[in-house]
Design a protein around this ligand. Structure first.
Ligand SMILES: NC(=O)c1ccc[n+]([C@@H]2O[C@H](COP(=O)([O-])OP(=O)(O)OC[C@H]3O[C@@H](n4cnc5c(N)ncnc54)[C@H](OP(=O)(O)O)[C@@H]3O)[C@@H](O)[C@H]2O)c1
Length: 280
């Protein structure tokens, strides 16, 4: 197999969660471009169909398994239906995730001491408990594959301090921990497990920031590359982790954050550093 071909997933049976929009939709398209056969899940059936149309134009039809992963029993049903229809599972990209939200759907950014317990519980239910349930149910199918990859969509927030986003950050850190433990535990069963940690990516989840000029400018000043990630760039990394190209890569947290997590990376956003840091 050529190096370039090792990025392909021809015939691989893949489940993508949170595939109705944003990063998940881009991941579904990328895996389909690489030749994978897909099962897609999210709560919103209509939006899932729109993803399926994009995927279908690239190859075979995608199986749609709508469901709310935060509801008990749903992760198992979704995984088992996907595996049954595809004849097994070789790749799972578990991407579904949430920020705490206000009733109108906008993000609830508040320090821990002001965050209602119900908001904490909601985030943990989706980002952590559903992740554990999904991994548990995916395990027998991935073990049967013989050469499988599980990718958990974490966040740079899971490795840096993220004030006002403590619930989200803690749940994303837990996903990284889970990926590491599962990677070691499942390695001899032919299952690689990695966490992918994007930085600020332009999606519905972050529209509160990229549609607000002052917030957008302040935020990008703290991103060394000085711009938002495109969902397609995150999808490319997910494809890499899912593919044989990453065959010796397991238990890692891959940071795709424009440099945000580099110590003192924030200095890149300061146009003229004061003395004694100024260099001509
Ligand atoms: N955007 C960023 O800057 C960024 C940065 C780092 C990490 N991430 C992570 O990347 C992932 C995708 O983020 P995104 O920006 O693409 O967000 P998004 O546009 O809000 O999409 C989130 C996806 O998750 C699904 N989802 C949410 N709750 C669900 C539930 N209870 N059951 C099933 N599906 C559910 C949504 O579908 P339905 O609403 O149809 O259910 C949607 O497909 C998340 O895990 C997020 O934490 C995002």
């Amino acid at each position: 197999m050529s190096t370039l071909d090792s990025f392909r997933l021809d015939g691989a049976r893949a489940l993508v969660t949170g595939a109705s929009r944003g990063i998940g939709r881009a991941v579904a398209v990328a895996l389909a471009q690489a030749g994978a056969r897909l099962a897609l899940t999210a709560r919103t059936g209509e939006a899932l169909k729109a993803t399926a149309e994009q995927v279908g134009a690239l190859g075979g039809p995608a199986l749609l398994v709508p469901g709310d992963l935060a509801v008990g029993g749903e992760p198992g049903r979704v995984v088992d239906q996907a595996a049954e229809a595809l004849g097994g599972l070789d790749v799972v990209v578990h991407n579904a995730g949430i920020l705490p939200t206000l009733p109108d759907g906008s993000p609830l950014l508040a320090p821990l001491q002001l965050l209602p317990q119900a908001a904490w519980d909601e985030v943990v239910a989706v980002n952590l408990n559903a992740t554990a349930a999904l991994c548990r149910h995916a395990h027998p199918h991935l073990a049967a594959s013989g050469s499988a990859s599980l990718v958990l969509m974490s966040s740079v927030a899971g490795v840096i301090g993220a004030p006002l986003m403590e619930a989200y950050a803690a749940s994303k850190a837990a996903q990284i921990s889970l990926a590491r433990s599962l990677a070691v535990g499942w390695a001899r069963q032919g299952i690689r497990v990695n966490a992918l940690c994007p930085g600020w990516t332009r999606t519905d989840m972050t529209s509160f920031a990229h549609t607000n000029g002052p917030v957008n400018d302040w935020l990008l000043a703290h991103v060394p590359l000085g711009r938002w990630a495109d969902p397609q760039e995150v999808a490319a990394a997910a494809l890499f982790l899912a593919s044989p190209a990453a065959g010796y890569l397991t238990g890692q947290a891959l940071l795709l954050d424009g440099g945000v997590s580099v110590p003192d990376g924030g200095l890149a956003g300061i146009p003229k550093p004061p003395s004694p840091f100024a260099v001509s």
